[in-house]
Structures are given as C-alpha cells and as structure tokens.
Write a protein that binds this ligand. Structure first.
Ligand code: ADP
Length: 611
C-alpha cells in the first residue's frame, strides 16, 4: 500500500473531528456557516474517496469501470471543494448589499460551472498509470488536465477577489485563503515529482480546520446565556433605580422636617447664640445629606440611561450670575479670593441644557472651594464661534491641595476619593466628578484637568451650544437675592400633604411670614373645600399621597368651574428634570422638599405679594 495512504488517513481523522466539532455545536445558520458546513462535509467525502482510490488502482486490471469511476469521483471532489472555497472567498469579499443582488446570478454561474466540470470529467478519458509493481500509481490524461485547468480558473477568481479587497486583506478571514494559495503552490510542485502522493486533500483539510477559527461561528448557547444574564442585570438595575428613587423620597420627607424646623429655630430671637451654632450645624449636615442623596440618584439615573438632556433656549448671563452667587456663598468666611473673568461677547441666548451646565459648573466650583484652604479661585468663561455654534470654554482654577499626577485618571471614577489622608475631613462622596464627566459625555462636551500637587488645579470644560439668533425667551434681569418678604395683606394658603409633620413644617414656615394656612391630609378633602367655595390665595400640593395623588387632585381641581388658584407642587420627588415634569402637568410652580428658604421666598413673592 505504501506511505501514500498515511496522508489521507490522518487527514480523515482531522476531518471527522472538525465535522463533529462543528455540527455538535448549535450555530446560527448564516450563509457563511452554511458554506463552511458544505466545505467540511465535501472534504470528508473527498478523503473517503481518496482512500478508495488506493484500492481502485489495485482493482484496475480486474474491474476497470469501477476503478475509473472512483478515480473520476476524486476529480469531481477536487473541483467541488475548490468551487465551494471560491464561493466562500467571493462571499467574504463582497458587501452584503451587493451579495443580495448577486445571489441568484452567483448560484446559476457556480452550478453551471460545477455541472459542466462534472460532465467533462466523466466524458474525457483518464489514464491510469501503475508502475514498479504498484509502487507508483497515479492518474493522468485529458480528464485530469481538465480538472487542473478548471481549478486554476477558480484560483484566478480567488486571487481576483483578494486583489479587489486588498485593503481588507488583513482580515483574519483571508488567512485560510493565503494558506491555501501558498500550500497549494508548494503541494503542486511536490506532486509533480511524486505523482502518487495526493497532497491536495490533506491541504484542504488543513485549511478547513483553520477556517473553523476564522469563520463567524458564534456560540448560540453562550449568546442565549449572555442575553439572559443581560436581561437579569437590566432588571436588577431597574429595581435599583426604583429603590433609590423611593429611598430619596423617603429620606427627603424627614429631612424636610429637620431643615424646616431648624430654619424656624434659627429665627427664634430667644435662642441662645451657642444653640444657634448647633442649629446651623444641623442645617449644614442636612444639606450634605441632601447632596449625597441627589448625587446617588443622578448617577443611578445616568447609569440606567434615564438621564435626559433637555435642550431649550437660555440666557447665559443668568446662569453665570447664579454660579457666581452660589460660589460666593460657599466660600463665605474662607480666606479665598474669588476672581471672575467673563468674556462679555458671548452670544446672550444659547440653546442647550442650562440646568445640566449649571450642575457641572457647580460641581467643579464646589470642589475648588472644598479643596482650597486659602489663596484664590478663578472662574473664566470664554468662547469661540463657528457658524451657528458657540463653544463655551469654562475653566476653574484654584490654589488648593492639587492632585497627584498618577491620580488624575482616577478623578472621574465614581466613589473614588483621592488622597484620603488629606481629604478625609472634607465632606464628599466621590460622585461629583463622575456625574460631571457623564453629563458632559451626554452633551458632547469635554473636560481636561491640569494640576500640580500641593499648588493647585485647573479644570477646563469645553462644550458646544447652538446660538439663538432670534430668541423667543425674555432675558431676566440680574438674579435677585430674594429678600425675606413682608406680606402686605392677609393671605390664606391651603396645604395638602398626607404627612402630619410636613404639614406642621409648612404651617410654621408660612406662619413666619404672617401667612395663615389651612391643612388637609388628602386630596379629596382639598377638592371638597374648593367645591364648597372656600377661598384661598395659594395651594401647596404634595404629590405622593395614598389613594389620590397630588397630580390627580390637581387635575380634579382644574375641572371645577372658575378655579383660578395657583397650585404649587411641593414634593420630595426631586430628581433632575422633575420640576419640568410638574410644570408640564400644569402646576404653576414647583417647590422641592426639603423646602429651600430662598425658593419659598421666591414663591411667596411671586404668588402672594401682589395686589
Ligand atoms: P467628592 O465628593 O469627594 O468631592 P468628586 O468626584 O467631586 O468627589 O471628586 C473626586 C476627588 O477628586 C475628590 O475626593 C478629591 O480628592 C479630588 N478633587 C476634585 N476636585 C479637586 C480640586 N479642585 N483640588 C484637589 N482635589 C480635587
């Protein structure tokens, strides 16, 4: 039998293995996996025919017809495999859109090519050469030459596909083709000198094994498991967000009482000075707690992809004024000079999400104040205009503790606080910059940090905003510090809240302005009162109430003829964007719990201080 049989025998083992491997795995039926399936099955059949060829030469003398049939079948195999491989190469070299258009034509051409080759192989004569007492056996003659010629044509097509796609030739899918062309060339030369050793099938098996690693053959089960895992994670994430938003509501409700009563205590003339300081500390601690709750909520909202950018027209001056005012308030008694340098030529009305821009700047400015003991902080705002876009360049520089170079890339990780030994006494959660970065990402902005440890830092933001040439909004004048209002005439407010303590907070707060109030602990009672014709100047309406929510109560009230009393949503649902939601429902205004004194001043000024 000679050594010639060793090649196909070992190739057969590999071929069987790869067929088992491929078909035992559940795979998606794509054109690519289908072609691959055909290729490896063809290869397996080819190897069996090749083994039969060894016997065919032995029976040539006794049964020439069967012998020639087997030998010709082998030629059919050669053409079939090469054709399938060519189709594969053509497929990976053609864009899916073109492939759709050419599919029919391709199938007709390749089937005709195959049919023609098979007929010719069977029609043309074949020479069976047996020498040296079966030591040398091979086939030759027109049928064999024809097979070589047709294979050559296919190789030309493959090379053409490759050259046409030379840019993508680094794609791993072309590796089997490179291997096939090179090994095929070497194999042909080798076979020229040792015609009885059939190398081609061996090479093709090798290429098939290689292709197993280069075709797209995603593991169906793994993908299904990943999908299940993703769904579970999504569900858990949603539950987390829901939990956090409920938590926030639950934390804000008692905080409202703490902040409200503390503010009232502070106004008490009889309170000793020492107690006043303690009350101030209570308010500061509550503010911090509130900031933490808001931060956690914001980050979870961003991570659940629920943070929406709400673009609308806004006046940039007002935003800057508010930032300056807030920062001055935060610096308070600290020995820090606050320098402000604003480019006066910034287009006055821009289009974007002013609330988020403010949030970003507040985070950075607050950090500058927090992490600077003395010296100065500078807020610089510049701009560049291109077409109708204004690029805002906002930088905040401080002479604070600075950031170590190695730590700069950790700045934006959530809950990561740097240099704990230095900053442990400074309040913070490590969320501010993570939120800042994510909000900027959402708005297509950038942030750059420069810092010298021990000397100071500079945070620079760049953000593109559309310029509004013909604004529809009216620009407000300077931000007014809402002074404590004096009520000129007697006013009566209806407060609706299911929480008894919160009712008391609101009553006492209004009382401090000399405003009388009536409280009810549910929506039905409020509707009843208005239907009975009771007159109020303002309604403060909590939203989350059992049975009838504040929003539902409000819509019922709206249905009452001649109902004109302004209604303010007073709620602990204070997620970013919540205010807009209530305004869209039709509420006249919005007041978040815990009630901010300045906001309350504003509301009272606006709704109760006019004749
Ligand atoms: P935190 O609530 O801790 O302030 P941030 O996310 O806002 O959280 O900031 C993350 C960390 O970056 C801070 O803990 C602090 O170590 C550092 N950092 C931020 N801003 C400055 C600054 N202006 N100077 C020095 N360090 C800063």
């Amino acid at each position: 039998m000679g050594t010639g049989i060793l090649f196909p025998a070992s190739a057969l083992l590999f071929s069987i293995l790869i067929v088992i491997l491929f078909f035992s795995k559940e795979h998606y039926k794509t054109v690519e996996t289908k072609l691959y399936g055909y290729l490896i099955i063809t290869n397996l059949i080819g190897l069996i025919i090749e083994l039969l060829c060894t016997f065919a030469s032995y029976i040539y003398k006794t049964n020439p017809i069967l012998s020639v049939l087997i030998l010709k079948l082998y030629l059919v195999y050669i053409i079939t495999w090469a054709l399938l491989f060519t189709v594969y190469v053509y497929y990976i070299s053609t864009s899916p859109e073109k492939m759709v258009k050419r599919a029919r034509g391709g199938i007709i051409i390749s089937s005709s090519f195959w049919l023609f080759s098979v007929i010719m192989i069977f029609v043309l004569p074949i020479d069976v050469i047996i020498q040296n007492n079966f030591q040398t056996r091979y086939t030759a003659g027109p049928s064999v030459d024809f097979t070589y010629f047709m294979s050559f044509v296919l190789v030309i097509v493959m090379i053409y596909c490759l050259l046409k796609n030379i840019k993508n030739s680094k794609n791993k899918k072309y590796v089997p083709l490179f291997v096939f062309l090179n090994l095929g060339f070497v194999g042909m030369i080798f076979q020229k000198f040792n015609p009885s050793i059939l190398l081609m099938t061996y090479i093709e098996t090798f290429v098939s094994v290689l292709m197993y690693h280069t075709i797209e053959n995603p593991d169906v089960r793994m993908i299904e498991q990943l999908n299940i895992a993703r769904d579970q994670a999504d569900k858990a994430n949603r539950a987390k967000t829901e939990f956090l938003s409920n938590m926030s509501h639950e934390i804000r409700t008692p905080l409202n009482a703490i902040v409200g009563f503390s503010n009232l205590l502070l106004e008490d003339k009889n309170l000793p000075d020492a107690s006043k300081d303690e009350v101030k500390d209570i308010i500061m601690a509550s503010d911090n707690l509130l900031e933490i709750v808001n931060g956690i909520l914001d980050i979870s909202k961003i991570e659940a992809n629920k943070m929406e950018i709400e673009d609308k027209e806004y006046g940039i001056k007002k935003v800057i004024d508010e930032l300056v005012k807030l920062t001055k308030g935060r610096i308070a008694e600290k020995p820090i000079e606050f320098k402000v340098s604003i480019d006066e030529t910034i287009p006055p009305v821009l289009y974007g999400d002013a609330q988020k821009i403010k949030q970003i700047c507040v985070n950075i400015l607050t950090n500058a104040v927090k992490y600077t003991k003395e010296g100065w902080i500078e807020l610089k705002i510049n701009h560049v205009v291109k077409d109708d876009i204004c690029r805002l360049i906002i930088s905040v520089e401080d002479t604070g503790i600075g950031i170590k170079e190695g730590n700069i890339n950790r700045l934006f990780d959530k809950f990561d606080r740097l240099d704990i030994s230095n900053t442990a006494t400074i309040e913070g959660t490590g969320l501010g910059l993570a939120i800042t970065k994510k909000l900027l990402d959402l708005m297509g902005g950038k942030i750059v940090v420069q810092s010298v440890f021990g000397k100071g830092s500079r945070f620079t933001i760049s953000l593109d905003q559309k310029i509004v040439k013909n604004p529809t909004i009216k620009l407000d004048e300077d931000v007014k510090v809402e002074a404590k209002v004096q009520i000129s005439s007697e006013k009566l407010v209806l407060i609706v809240d299911d929480n008894k303590i919160n009712l008391k907070v609101a009553e006492r707060l209004l009382d401090s302005y000399g405003i009388k109030s009536v409280s009810v602990d549910n929506g039905y009672a409020a509707i009843e009162k208005i239907k009975n014709g009771e007159k109020y100047d303002l309604i403060l309406m909590d939203d989350m109430m059992p049975k009838l929510s504040g929003t539902e109560t409000f819509h019922e009230l709206e249905k009452i003829p001649n109902f004109k009393i302004p209604v303010i949503a007073l709620t602990a649902n204070a997620l970013t964007g919540e205010k807009e939601k209530y305004l869209a429902e039709g509420f006249n205004d919005y007041l978040a719990k815990p009630i901010d004194k300045e906001e309350l001043n504003r509301i009272i000024n606006k709704y109760l201080n006019q004749e």
